[in-house]
Design a protein around this ligand. Structure first.
Ligand code: DGL
Length: 260
């Protein structure tokens, strides 16, 4: 079974992409809605939460963990890999590598939470492979609460986006990484604001593709695949009406979120 966690509902964009690309696999999701957002918190707190989320998923039978959160991927991946035996897949590497192959002019923008941007992870990952590339990162701390509140098409959200994207407008970027799994829900607004000449990289889609390839190379990893009914379970640490609405919007179907 594939285990997936996020600070809230944003990681469901990854879960949905996995459901679509790998329909033969069961998955269990944990959204830590009670503690969202992770972005403004310290690396130690984010790591502690990530350890607990992983323990929860392993308790449910996960054999592979996907950190469906750029923030936790940025600061907690090493700690999780040291502590747990199962493979841990993060979302930064797949998104960074797609950004590299997509950019023609070597100028890449990244938007993410404060913790992700402060970690410098995209800058390091991209320039390690392409030293000449320029990476311009902007923290967008208000976007996660806006998505969790289902304020996806409000005037205020558009105003805030305009302000956040403004510094990137004159950097001549040709590629922009949505470095937070909540941001695909704002994709159209972001594309409109940054301009259609800029290619958006969605870490959710890139991660699902990466997981598919990983499982092709590790066919025996998920032991019960094909032998029992495929199950998709969605757990949350707090269940609000708004979370249900956003979840239904992501999956385009009624969603059952179980409180755990
Ligand atoms: N979806 C998480 C990410 O990709 C949001 C982090 C947060 O809770 O601030 O970074």
């Amino acid at each position: 079974m594939i285990g997936i966690f996020d600070s809230g509902i944003g990681g469901m964009t990854v879960a949905r992409a996995i459901e679509q690309l790998l329909p033969e696999y069961s998955l269990v999701y944990y959204g830590d809605i009670a503690r969202t957002p992770y972005g403004p918190k310290s690396p130690k707190t984010i790591t502690d939460y990530s350890i607990r989320n992983t323990e929860f998923l392993l308790g449910k039978g996960a054999e592979l963990i996907i950190i469906a959160c750029n923030t936790a991927s940025s600061v907690a991946t090493l700690a999780l890999r040291e502590r747990f035996q199962v493979p841990i897949i993060e979302v930064v590497t797949p998104a960074a590598s797609r950004a590299i192959s997509s950019s023609k002019n070597g100028r890449i923008g990244v938007i993410g939470t404060k913790a992700t941007v402060k970690s410098g992870i995209y800058q390091r990952t991209i320039t390690a492979e392409r030293p000449g590339f320029k990476v311009y990162s902007e923290p967008c701390p208000l976007l996660v609460p806006l998505v969790e509140e289902n304020w996806l098409n409000k005037r205020e959200t558009k105003m805030i986006l305009r302000r956040y994207l403004h510094p990137l407008k004159d950097k001549q970027i040709d590629t922009l990484v949505l470095g937070c799994t909540h941001y695909p829900l704002l994709k159209e607004l972001i594309q409109h604001r940054i301009g259609k000449q800029v290619t958006l990289i969605d870490s959710s889609i890139e991660t699902a593709q990466y997981v598919k390839e990983f499982l092709l190379h590790n066919p025996t990893l998920i032991s019960r695949q094909g032998q029992e009914e495929v199950k998709h379970s969605y757990y949350v640490s707090d269940c609000t009406e708004t979370a249900m609405k956003v979840a239904q919007r992501i999956f385009s179907r009624p969603m059952e979120l179980t409180l755990a």
